[in-house]
Design a protein around this ligand. Sequence first.
Ligand SMILES: [Zn+2]
Length: 324
Amino acid sequence: MKAPLLGIDLGGTKTSVCIGDVHGNFCSRQRMPSAASEGPRAWWQRTQKLITGSLRSAEVEFAELAAVGLAAPGPLSTGSGTLLAPPNMPGWVDVPIVTMLQDFLHCPVFLENDANACALAELYFGEFRDVQHLVYLTASTGMGAGIVSNGVVIQGVCDHGGEVGHFVLDADGPECPCGQRGCFEIFCGGKNVADRLRSRIGELGVRTAVLDHAQGDLERVDFACLLQAVREQDAFALQAFEEFTDRLAQGIGVLLMTVNPQVVLLGTIAIHAGELLLEPLRRKLPRYAWAPAVKSCTLAASTLGERIGDLSALAVARAGLDQR
Ligand SMILES: [Zn+2]
């Protein structure tokens, strides 16, 4: 493999290390639990071993690496190469992760937040590659977006570009752990939707297929249970899903009027839900954005499937090299 790149996708749950090229071809993909609660020092010791093992299995020498791309949860500073304090990784405060990698690998290391990295992966390797204006929107546990305008990711002055999970859709809405009220994420983040379902089902004592799909155990109610119940036309589920798609369309409408993208790609939930989610969104978008912006935008599920994590890390390395 010519000019191999090392990609690291650091998540709250797992860490993936891959070796590949600028076209998204892999010669090694390995993963391990992040065990983030053990802290960054323990993680780094295990990651060094994983990197060494990956290089050995790919028969790539340390000195051959052209660059390292690291996709990690925000908030982070691309300027100082530091993880600031990711909410799902307690104790990971001001971790100088780029310096750690540079000292170990002696090659250029580039850092990007995970949503931005996914947008770059779609831009380079996805079905919509070569599009110049693209939004990648994640709505899994939390929400965030990677916004590409004129082929470049918008990072903003302090790396808050694309932190759409915390733009406010209703200032009188439910409280968000971030301190604001009515954030996009409080309405549409998968965890928040599931929390709200649980408390409503618990308080109202409704009989709903949502609970049946959780084997009657309120604690096991999640977004997947909601989707199954929606498919069965369960009345409670349909109403909750209607509220969810209204808010999601509202948030996407803001993005359409801000970025005017050619394509909005939805991660996680949309990959599982497909047209069940995309159809109502397309129907509702004209309420939240002007017709030309809606008409010129394709709304689709992410096109890279389970490879997106590894590809996002390679994309960060490629983007870093391109911009040097
Ligand atoms: Zn918030």
